[in-house]
Structure formats: C-alpha cells, structure tokens
Design a protein around this ligand. Sequence first.
Ligand code: 5AD
Ligand code: SF4
Length: 447
Amino acid sequence: MPEPETPQTTAAKKLFVKTYGCQMNVYDSERMAEAMGAEGYVTTDVVEDADMVLLNTCHIREKASEKLYSDLGRLRALKADRPGLKVGVAGCVAQAEGAEILRRSPVVDLVVGPQSYHRLPQMVAAGGRQVDTEFPVEDKFSVLPERKVTRGPAAFLTVQEGCDKFCAFCVVPYTRGAEVSRPVARLLDEARGLVAQGVREITLLGQNVNAYHGAGPTGAMGLAALLREMAKIDGLARLRYTTSHPNDMEDDLIAAHGDLPQLSPYLHLPVQSGSDRILKAMNRKHTAEAYLRLIERIRAVRPDILVSSDFIVGFPGETDRDFQDTMDLIRTVGFGAAFSFKYSARPGTPAAERAPVAVEIADARLQELQALIATQQRAVQEAMVGREVTVIYEKSGRLPGQMVGKSDHLHAVHVQDPEGQIGQLVRVRVSASASNSLAANLLSRIP
Ligand code: 5AD
Ligand code: SF4
C-alpha cells in the first residue's frame, strides 16, 4: 500500500499594500495584489507580518511624494528586523522618479510604474534591485490574472488611462502617459465577473474617463455607449464614472444622465478655477461660462444631479479678482461636494516655471473656498431629509443592528436594520443629516 501523502504546510508569504492618492491607484493595488496572489502571496493588514511591502504612490501634489519618503524611512527599521523583507514602490512617483528612488532610499528593492506592474512577479522572482518604468507594448490588463478579490458590493473598474490634455499644473500626462481606452468586450467581461461575485455598483475609472473611446464590435464606442452596455448587465444596480473633463461632456453622455436609471445622479466634473484668465493659463481650454452652461444642460435632463468638482487655489498669477471669480462660480453652481487644493508646483510641468502666489494668500483663499463649499455641501445634504432614497449596504455600522451604505447621490447613510445584509438594496426615508452622513429609516427591500 502506498504511503498516505503528507500535506505540504509551507506558510503563504504575506503582502502588505499601502495605497496613496486616487481611486485608480486603489484599483491598481487590487490588481497588483492579485498578480502576487498568483505567486502564493496573501494580503495582510499588519505591516510587521509582511514578507513584501508595496507602496502604491501618488505624485499629483507635493505632500503625496513626501509621504512616500517618510514611510520608507519607517520601513528601514522593519527591514532591519526582517532582512528578507522586499519593498516595492509602484504608482506615479515610481514612474516619475524611477531609479532615483533606489538611490535615495536603500530600503527599496523594486520600482515599478503604473503601466508595467503586471511584470511585478517576474521582477520579484528575478531578485535584486530593479526598476521598470516602461510603457510596454503588451497591455497589462491582458496579462494580469482574472479579478477575484472584491471588497464588498461597490467596485472600481479602470476603463481608460492616461491623459492628453496637459493642464499646465498636472503631472498625469507624464506619469500615466497618453490616453488609452480598454476594449468594450473586455470591460463587459470584467464587469460581469464582478457582478457574479456580488458586486452591485461599479465605478468606471479613468483620468479622463469621458474621453473613453474603446474598441467595440462595430468601431470605437464612447463612454455613453459603454454605460448603456453596462446597464444591460443583470444585477448591476448602480453605475458611476469618474473623473471627467468638461470638454468631453458629449451630448449622448448628458442624455444618458436623463434616461439610464442605473446611472447615479452624481457627477464629478472638475472646473479648477472660475476665472477665464486662470483657466487659460491652466490650459483648460474652456471658460467659466462654458462650464456653467454645461451644468445647466445636465440639470435640464437630471434636475437632482449632485455636482462635485476639484479646485486649485493659488495658481501662479491668481489675483484676488480671479479668486473672487472662482467664488462666484461656486455660488452660481451650488456644489454637493468638492475637493480643493493649494497649488503645488510639480517638476516638469509648464506652470512650475512661473512665480508662485504667496503661501499666506493661498492658505487664506483655500480656507475661504472650503468654508463656502462646506456650507453648500451641508445644504445639499439637509435637503435630502424627508426624501425616499435607495441605499446599497456596504458594511455594518458601529451601533448594534445598524447598516451603512451609499445613496444614489453617494451620501453615506446609516440605517437601523438588524436583518440587513451587505450588498442588499433598500428603500429608506432620510430622517436626519449629520456632518458627513445621513440617518434613515427602512421602508422596503429591493430584491
Ligand atoms: N497642485 C494642486 N492641485 C493639483 N491637482 C492636480 N495637480 C495639482 C497641482 N500641481 C488637483 C486638480 C485635479 C486633482 C486630482 O488634483 O484639482 O483635478
Ligand atoms: Fe491632469 Fe485632469 Fe488636466 Fe489631464 S485633464 S492634465 S489628468 S488635470
């Protein structure tokens, strides 16, 4: 009789991933974890247990790359205790600084850019210190393993990468490269796979998502056509997309907001500034008036749409008058949310050559702008009180029997629902508005 086989008990290697910056990085981090998963790595939330640490970086503003170097400093001590520990730097700082990271930080083994991270397993297997910041001919998405990890019912799906717009302040065209759209059929497959795993909401991601023009069965398809195909997937309750550029808000995309029930009444449409002079200097190629007219057209088909934006204050040459134009635009639009930033010079961008606005002035403007946005955000949230909304539960709340999810307008909503399950859709009536969330009472469950 043959001997019974003894099971192999080699412990899986552990991977710790830290993500900085945008939602696209969140998506990329998941894909990198899957690529390493195929090599036997499991993810851990405890950095001290890790055999490999991956920092997926952001280069968009100064603070983002400063954070990387302070984290690397901390990893030095950990690596002293765990000599086998591998440290990788991915993302846009990796792309921008490449081998400089290896020189500056001896703790780093691997540097990999956003377009070459599918090669991470090979780099790890090869050993030694390596840099790969190429824009390879092979498409990373066709090499990466199929998606299997999801974190609840809301998932991201990258449909487009890169940007050809070259706003004068922005590094994205340099770090992420030229605009590339993924083919429609692959995206539909990935979306169906996600829904089969219980995903109910998909956010289509791209640096310039509404410039999407992926290959479809009968030629290139735009974002509106892609959304319409996605909306046919059974079980997919909610669709969103981000981030858009005002100049790519085509008629069919605006129309989709009026007639696609799955499409969230939420639009993140950065304007950056309300001053035509500054918009021109930023190379935005639209005026404040054009933005206002666009918002009017979108509100004509979807009156309750919640509009959000990004703003930069203290762009080189910004005067008080320019800043007041931005404040006027904000008053006219009425934003439901916004991200606002003090301008920071990014090396290699055209605006970095220009004299900066005094930091105290920029600080004061940022505070004033954020106070106005906060007032508008509160008003939009308070206007939800008494209304019936649909919520997709994403997790349990802190109180017993409480569930937390997002409404169609992307407000966080707390519901007392002891029978509630993650991933469930419910109709609720909003009862109160707190600082960053709504409270609501359960009305019914949506099958
Ligand atoms: N300084 C400040 N903010 C910036 N952003 C992009 N580049 C810079 C910069 N150099 C902001 C823009 C963009 C958002 C993602 O980050 O508002 O829309
Ligand atoms: Fe950067 Fe967006 Fe401008 Fe492209 S459109 S350059 S990603 S700010």
